[in-house]
Design a protein around this ligand. Structure first.
Ligand SMILES: Nc1ncnc2c1ncn2[C@@H]1O[C@H](COP(=O)(O)OP(=O)(O)OP(=O)(O)O)[C@@H](O)[C@H]1O
Ligand SMILES: [Mg+2]
Length: 393
């Protein structure tokens, strides 16, 4: 499918990432944006090519692609694949491992010797790659928050921090780590927690597609539809800046031809809005299938975001209030540590929640909050435990 290229943004970010004088850039860059807003497309189609064009070695990995694999392994595998592309690096490793007679003896250095606790550490491997090629390395970790859902993933991040410190000093050519995520709360854990590998790394909002994209979109619609950027901008904003939804509008225009120039925009709008409605309806249907406690836990978490403390006594009271006041149900099941824990686990299994290896919970994606808000499910009761209240307690 055709995409709109964001060349200027790629150039701006590449300059920021590669800048040798800008100290924060050497601690990495974190980009946060909602789901389905075009992060991966931009990284792969625009940013990676621009970084390569400027001479960097780029390693890209999307931790959501292999969801059944440990995220730590996914990152290590991406690094190994890049290493294997450079014969000189393989030879250096082989020599260091006493395998000079690589060809003649039939012994070969296999990349599974690179990794955590292996013969060649990630820092050593990346330093060798940078030295051999004489180029800076940019490692892009898409959906990086997934890394801290496992111990191995967290350990890989620590190893990368060590690698980054090593490569950004002395004779090497530098390592930049760019991470993205679709939930700012989760990404914030990577940069705001003192014990996290990227403590203090700068975090930027990944800018959504804008007027230039809408202009491109208008050009792709039948000319007789006379779509305009002004006419589409508030619809695009309402659709959470998701290009796929706008594509539904174009598809609707292409699918039937009995619209006139006057009602083309209405046909387009109806297609986009019906897609938005069905997404919200589907999510709310799924929420409707949850047990009363699971549903209450989900709504309280969604309403309280980063201030959510699932097992705090006051939060337990809030669950009860939501079930009794908002839902008009009697709380038949007990509300205690065990049942709340079970509810959180069930919500994670059903794809509503994300849990870090440290046991912190967050919504899997922001769209769930939007749907609950839209469905009027984030009431006063769900917000009842405030930060102030917690500090005072
Ligand atoms: N610049 C663009 N021009 C046209 N379509 C785009 C553009 N960027 C993204 N899209 C479309 O939007 C959809 C979502 O894009 P993408 O997967 O890049 O988003 P994402 O933010 O990485 O999503 P996720 O949160 O699922 O990882 C895809 O169908 C893609 O083709
Ligand atoms: Mg993506």
């Amino acid at each position: 499918m055709a995409i709109f290229h964001r060349t200027a943004l790629a150039q701006e970010l590449a300059t920021h990432i590669l800048d040798v004088d800008m100290a924060p850039a050497s601690s990495g860059l974190f980009l946060g944006a909602r789901r389905r807003t075009g992060k991966s497309t931009f990284l792969q189609q625009d940013l990676c090519p621009e970084l390569k064009r400027r001479g960097a070695i780029v390693i890209y990995t999307d931790l959501w692609e292999g969801r059944d694999q440990d995220p730590g392994d996914v990152i290590i595998e991406a690094i190994r694949e890049e290493l294997a592309r450079h014969d000189g690096v393989v030879l250096r490793f082989a020599r260091a491992a006493g395998m000079e007679r690589l060809q003649m003896g039939g012994v070969s250095f296999t990349m599974d010797r690179v990794g955590l606790g292996r013969q060649v550490s990630l820092a050593k491997a990346l330093a060798t790659l940078s030295d051999e090629c004489g180029r800076l390395i940019v490692l892009i970790v898409d959906e990086a928050q997934h890394a801290i859902t496992t111990e191995k993933g967290s350990n890989v991040l620590y190893a990368l921090k060590a690698a980054r410190d090593k490569l950004n000093m002395g004779p090497h050519h530098g390592l930049r780590i760019v991470a993205t995520g679709s939930n700012r709360d989760k990404l914030a854990m990577l940069v705001e927690w003192k014990d996290q590998a990227f403590f203090c790394a700068p975090m930027k909002e990944f800018p959504p597609l804008g007027a230039d994209y809408l202009d491109w979109l208008c050009d792709r619609a039948p000319a007789s539809a006379a779509l305009t950027v002004e006419g589409l901008s508030s619809l695009f904003q309402r659709s959470g800046y998701r290009p796929e939804w706008m594509q539904s509008g174009l598809n609707a225009l292409a699918a039937c031809c009995d619209w006139t120039a006057e009602d083309a925009i209405a046909v387009f709008t109806e297609a986009v809005e019906s897609r938005a409605r069905s997404r919200i309806d589907n999510l709310l249907d799924l929420v409707g299938l949850l047990s009363p406690l699971q549903s209450a836990v989900l709504r309280v978490l969604a309403a309280q975001g980063r201030h959510f403390v699932p097992f705090w006594t006051r939060t337990m009271e809030t669950y009860r209030l939501v079930i009794e006041l908002d839902d008009g149900n009697q709380t038949t099941e007990p509300i205690n540590l065990q049942t709340v824990q079970d509810a959180l686990e069930a919500l994670k299994e059903k794809g509503f929640l994300w849990r870090s290896a440290y046991g912190v919970y967050a919504l899997e994606e922001f769209g769930i909050r939007e749907a609950l808000e839209e469905g009027g499910m984030l009431t006063e009761s769900t917000r009842r435990v405030t930060r102030v209240g917690r500090q005072a307690a």
